[in-house]
Ligand binder design. Structure first.
Ligand SMILES: NC(=O)c1ccc[n+]([C@@H]2O[C@H](COP(=O)([O-])OP(=O)(O)OC[C@H]3O[C@@H](n4cnc5c(N)ncnc54)[C@H](OP(=O)(O)O)[C@@H]3O)[C@@H](O)[C@H]2O)c1
Length: 429
């Protein structure tokens, strides 16, 4: 073998950056690996499309087989995105004895275990460092550096788009729609932002991280999810009055034989480190039994950070190939942990209610909460409206069981003194 052949599936934002590194750092990469890395073929949808990166025309193809079944290709980098046909192409590449690197969180979250098993059988590597947190090293630390730890919790800001929107709502007082529009104008949010704002993107990433952290197979379906669109600027103001910030957190907590797995907006103490993570940045806080608390922080998206993670995977696999080392993944997902239902979690809550502004209203609400074993830690009355004779009540509870809280909220909605349960948000810490 006198070189290692690389095939790319996709030449968009990430693929172009990876191709640029492969071509512009050819000598440096050869020094690192001990043998040159040669870009052999690149799959695109349209070979005639104008591109910022200039590649020799013979490198481009519209036929996946020219990459995944190409005898000159040893490592396939999948950066086309989406579930299908990316999954099928990766399977074909593995079946053909190619090592696979991917940035595709959706495919790894849904089919990672299946792909890893196929890769193991075929004795090829499957690496996915770029799939979570882009350039922030996370997959390798969980697979290797933290392997001796029992991980108890992950609290993570895994989606830069939503963190940008929440930062703008908090710091500039913008409403959700204006903050989203601003994120779209700046290129931080896609034209169809559903995957980000509904929490799906963070769910995929949490599934990947928690599988590694807890050595168990976690499917996106196991993760409870709420997005950020029902937050209002006033929730951020009230949160601040109580000493909290609001973040969309991906949370995984070990609880004996079960794991709490959830993605939703949450109050966190204003002075916590995660509360200070603003804009498009990501941060992942992990509690390990030996290493203690660790925080990984950085840019969770972007062409260059993502290419950093992809090229790290390329170098690891290429060196393994060159030195004849095994590429079999190190982590066994052999623990049979179950996902704890959201109804069983115990946590504190913030409610924002619109109520009739008259004596006795609070007593009626307190009674419903008390009857359901939910105790109030503080109440503030806000924004009385003389014309409609309504007021906004903001309530913080002590720790309570989710199912009791949901039952109480249903009963509160039925009270004649309550116009609307305007929002409820869980409180961590
Ligand atoms: N962008 C980021 O910051 C970032 C960060 C971390 C992870 N990722 C992940 O990286 C992956 C790629 O993202 P991206 O932003 O680079 O996407 P992108 O800009 O949309 O590029 C996708 C590329 O794949 C090609 N492609 C898509 N479907 C195809 C098909 N069916 N057949 C042939 N070619 C196809 C496209 O070809 P044409 O060029 O001909 O259209 C394009 O070159 C995704 O899984 C994403 O989640 C992205």
């Amino acid at each position: 073998m006198n070189n290692i052949g690389i095939g790319l599936l996709g030449l968009g934002v990430v693929g172009s950056a990876a191709a640029e590194v492969l071509l512009s750092k050819v000598d440096k990469l050869a020094e690192q690996v001990g043998i040159p890395l040669i870009l052999q073929k690149v799959l695109v949808r349209d070979v005639n499309k104008q591109r910022t990166i200039k590649l020799e025309p013979h490198l481009l193809t519209e036929h996946a087989g020219e990459v995944v079944a190409n005898p000159e290709v040893d490592i396939v980098i999948e950066v086309m995105g989406g579930e299908h046909p990316a999954l099928e192409y990766m399977k074909q590449a593995i079946a053909n004895g190619k090592h696979v690197i991917t940035a595709n969180k959706e495919v790894i979250a849904k089919y990672g275990y299946e792909l890893l098993s196929l890769a193991q059988k075929r004795n090829v590597g499957l690496r996915y460092e770029a799939s979570v947190g882009s350039g922030i090293p996370l997959i390798s630390p969980f697979q290797q550096d933290l392997a001796a730890n029992d991980i108890s919790t992950i609290y993570a800001i895994l989606n830069g788009t939503t963190n940008y929107i929440l930062t703008q709502m908090s710091q500039e007082g913008l409403d959700f729609t204006s903050a989203l529009k601003q994120a779209q104008e700046l290129g931080y949010a896609e034209a169809n932002p559903a995957n980000d704002i509904e929490g799906t993107d963070a769910v995929y990433k949490l599934a990947i991280l928690s599988s590694l952290a807890f050595h168990t197979v976690v499917s996106p379906k196991d993760i409870y999810c709420e997005g950020i669109s029902r937050l209002q600027a006033k929730d951020f103001r009230y949160a601040r009055e109580f000493g909290y910030a609001i973040k969309l957190l991906a949370i995984a907590k070990r609880d004996r034989g079960a794991i709490e797995l959830r993605v939703h907006p949450v109050f966190i103490p204003e002075d916590s480190q995660l509360a200070k993570v603003n804009g498009v940045y990501n941060a992942i806080q992990v509690e390990g039994s030996l290493a203690g608390r660790l925080i990984f922080y950085g840019q969770g998206a972007g062409a260059l950070p993502t290419s950093s993670a992809i090229m790290a995977d390329v170098l690891i696999i290429a060196r393994n190939i060159h030195y004849g080392r095994s590429n079999i993944p190190q982590v066994e997902l052999n623990q049979k942990l179950t996902a704890k239902p959201i109804s069983d979690i115990e946590i504190r809550y913030y409610f924002r209610l619109t109520v009739i502004d008259r004596p006795g209203t609070l007593a009626k609400i307190s009674k419903v909460l008390g009857d359901n074993s939910v105790s109030i830690s503080s109440v503030i009355q806000k924004e009385s409206d003389l014309k409609s004779q309504t007021a906004v009540l903001v309530i913080m509870t002590h720790t309570a069981e989710e199912k009791s809280v949901q039952k109480a909220l249903e009963e509160i909605k039925g009270l004649t003194v309550v116009k609307e349960v305007s929002n409820f948000i869980r409180v961590e810490g």
